[in-house]
Design a protein around this ligand. Structure first.
Ligand SMILES: NC(=O)c1ccc[n+]([C@@H]2O[C@H](COP(=O)([O-])OP(=O)(O)OC[C@H]3O[C@@H](n4cnc5c(N)ncnc54)[C@H](O)[C@@H]3O)[C@@H](O)[C@H]2O)c1
Length: 380
């Protein structure tokens, strides 16, 4: 994807829409603060300084040493260990929250209440109730609330969606593998850390959310939390999803596969040469009289293997650009609060299913944001 090219069509009905009472009056360049400058947060510091329409004016981290390292590169920026100081500074337009997952809710809430636009890392929160509250607060300001579901801004995943929207077949099932040795989190398990990416990808590719989940996990490293997990998701129309995550697998995998009646579409983020491969092969039952009792005819389709050209671009940079655009134009992001809440909703159901040793659990569909979604859909 060209670095200036627009992203593919919004994932949900709400994405891309102008927010009610939107007031796009922000400074240019947009003045950004980053809270949490660890492994991932440092990428935000770099990118928002590289982009021409934003400038990092403040950074916050609890670790003084990290701030000292940053001081040399960020002349004139405000440095603090206290996120409350970012909340209270009027010259900051928008903030990235890139702390551990359990801190997302509290910090994001106070920023939104202070009128800041927020890009918060995944998972949005660690409970649905918290996610719903953040959506309500953002809606009331109004402010942009966006979640760092980075893979929705990956040109390979966008290509996968393109190929899934064409052809005359339909989806049978989707699966994803996200494994590696760590990094092990101290506040959430491997399912909450890794699966948000894949749930967000599935929801985006299928344009829907799961109705039920079934999940099991294991603590193979004798950690106090699950470091391995297997999740099955039931999407509308009988489409199944499966996600395998692990912090304990020496084989790093970042793979998403769509199996359809007419083709198989594979995304492998670790394959720099052929990130996406499309196998024009499939099998479907033929609508005709069975040959014998209980025997159906099957039609096998066997065609080309395509590896489409994908213009290299940095997914996180695409995501940051999208955030700036939403702030500037008062737009709803592709991965906004509702999309983030939909992911948290699945993970809450995953928690319950693990407690019930893999029993199928319905994904809750009530709450403030559900009504909001319904109201918006009815006026569209
Ligand atoms: N989207 C992606 O692809 C992706 C990739 C990696 C991590 N992440 C997410 O980014 C977040 C951070 O992950 P990480 O790997 O950078 O973790 P990390 O532990 O390396 O960094 C977290 C940083 O936040 C700081 N911090 C914690 N609480 C704070 C507070 N109250 N005020 C100020 N600073 C605080 C810590 O000192 C630390 O420097 C997590 O939510 C993680 O899920 C997303």
């Amino acid at each position: 994807m060209n670095s200036q090219a627009p992203l593919v069509a919004p994932a949900s009905l709400n994405a891309g829409r102008i927010m009610a009472n939107a007031k796009p009056a922000v400074a240019t360049p947009i003045r950004i603060a980053i809270i949490g400058c660890g492994y991932w947060g440092m990428n935000y510091v770099r990118i928002f300084n590289e982009l021409h329409d934003s400038r990092v004016v403040a950074v916050c981290d609890q670790r003084r040493q990290r701030l000292q390292e940053l001081a040399a590169h960020l002349q004139g920026a405000f440095l603090t260990t206290d996120s409350g100081e970012v909340v209270s500074r009027p010259e900051i337009d928008a903030v990235v929250v890139c702390t551990e997952a359990t801190m997302h809710y509290g910090i994001t809430r106070s920023l939104l209440l202070a009128g800041k636009h927020v890009l918060v890392e995944k998972p949005l929160t660690t409970t649905v109730a918290e996610a719903e509250e953040l959506i309500a607060v953002a809606d009331a300001r109004p402010a942009v609330l966006m979640v760092g579901h980075t893979f929705l801004f990956n040109a390979g995943i966008q290509k996968l969606k393109e190929y899934n929207q064409t052809g005359d077949g339909h989806v049978y099932y989707v699966y994803a593998r996200r494994t590696n040795l760590g990094p092990i989190r101290r506040d959430v398990n491997a399912l909450w850390d890794l699966a948000p990416h894949d749930v967000a990808i599935f929801n985006y590719l299928l344009d829907s959310t799961p109705e039920w989940v079934s999940a099991v996990g294991a603590k193979v490293l004798r950690n106090c939390r699950e470091d391995v997990g297997f999740i099955t998701l039931g999407y509308p129309g009988g489409v199944l999803g499966h996600i395998q995550v692990s912090w304990a697998d020496p084989n790093k995998a970042r793979e998403v596969v769509i199996v359809r009646s007419d083709r198989r579409i594979v995304f492998n983020d670790l394959n720099g040469l052929e990130q996406v491969r499309v196998f024009e092969k499939g099998v479907s039952a033929v609508e005709s009289e069975p040959l014998n009792y209980g025997e159906l005819r099957f039609q096998i389709r066997d065609g080309d293997i395509i590896s489409p050209h994908i213009e290299p671009s940095e997914p996180l940079k695409n995501q940051c650009r999208h955030f700036l655009e939403c702030v500037r134009l008062g737009r709803r992001p592709i991965s906004g609060g509702l999309e983030g809440r939909n992911v948290v909703r699945v993970l809450e159901a995953v928690n319950r299913s693990i407690e019930l040793k893999g029993l199928q659990v319905q994904v809750e569909r009530n709450g403030y944001a559900h009504h909001l979604e319904r109201d918006r859909d009815s006026v569209s």
